[in-house]
Ligand binder design. Sequence first.
Ligand SMILES: Cc1cc2nc3c(=O)[nH]c(=O)nc-3n(C[C@H](O)[C@H](O)[C@H](O)COP(=O)(O)O)c2cc1C
Length: 156
Amino acid sequence: MKAIILYDSRSEGGSTDRLVDAIGQKLAEKGADVEKARCRAQGDYSFISEFDLVIMGAPVYYLMVSSQLLGALIQSDLSNRLKNKNIALFLACGSPQPMAEILYMPQMKINLTGSRILAEKVFAPAETSDMEVIGEYVNTIYAKWLREEERRGRKR
Ligand SMILES: Cc1cc2nc3c(=O)[nH]c(=O)nc-3n(C[C@H](O)[C@H](O)[C@H](O)COP(=O)(O)O)c2cc1C
């Protein structure tokens, strides 16, 4: 599996950076070849075609998903490139999970019609460095990805 983690954060070395590295580490332990890239709102996302799985996420600042990731989904070719792709979403935020699922997750999902969302997870601040929670998220993604591969294999 070739996977890329697309993310954004205002902080260097903050909770999102650490979370992204931990997700990458857990996925690499499963044998995946993992890369990461910070989103740019005006970026060229043609490289996405090289990847079997795209994990995408960011923190929330002032009620909005971090702007370079949200901007990329709205302004660039990223949404189009993600059509028919296996993707997984995550957020890092301080709000309670039900609020995050209602207010923040849809900011990404509304721009992802036509993608296969295998898993989505809201990480509370303490969870961004909890390897057990991060491992569960990666396990869910990997299990769903395998199932999807089997389904596609049966179709071929
Ligand atoms: C300036 C600022 C604004 C924030 N606004 C929100 C918010 O509106 N809703 C929320 O759930 N969390 C909010 N948070 C919490 C962050 O989303 C959370 O701490 C996240 O893990 C920060 O990621 P980072 O360390 O990569 O910057 C805010 C944090 C900061 C510093």
